[in-house]
Design a protein around this ligand. Sequence first.
Ligand code: CA
Length: 220
Amino acid sequence: MRILLVEDDPVLAMSLMHMMQPHHSVTHEENGQRADYLLSTSQFELIILDMGLPDMDGSEVLRRLRQRGSNTPVMILTARGKLEERIQGLDSGADYYLAKPVNLTELEARIRALLRRGQSLASIPIMLGNLSFNKESRCAFVEDVRLDLSIRELQILEILILSADKLVNRELLCERLSEPEKVITHNAIGVYMHRLRKKIQISHVTIRTVSGKGYVLEKI
Ligand code: CA
């Protein structure tokens, strides 16, 4: 399970990482703005989010995440007694809050519960116009017609549809598709994009090239 932990208190972050790392793949970020960027470009199955963060507070990070249509479970961490923070967090779309100091046993139980919920949400398709992508089954459809896509094309479509109507950087695509043994170049991305574009031609969605920068998946 990929978990993003956003917490600027190094001692707390360290103890949470220590608890989660044997079981999950945990990414730690301490800055709100960078967490926002990471969330707009990467996929996580659970987000553990502190409210008071440098550059952008947790409730804003959460608000932006929900605005992008993400339903990834979010657990907010708030200082005990800070009722406003808690209400603000839940209002912005958090699934649960945990008071600081964090009780690690309670946190573990919560993680399990939220991950279970997240798994059932993964079966709800992400839609753009009449194009849909199902994360769990890794299938794409135009209305009821299943698209015959390669693994690479599916990977690209997933990244694009999660950032629908927004520019997806070419470098980011290269980075996300590259593997330790196989580096994906700009040219290769261009080839995959060409094939993917043809295959989604039957939909009301298109991939627009932003010269020298990247691609935008958008409705026609
Ligand atoms: Ca903090």
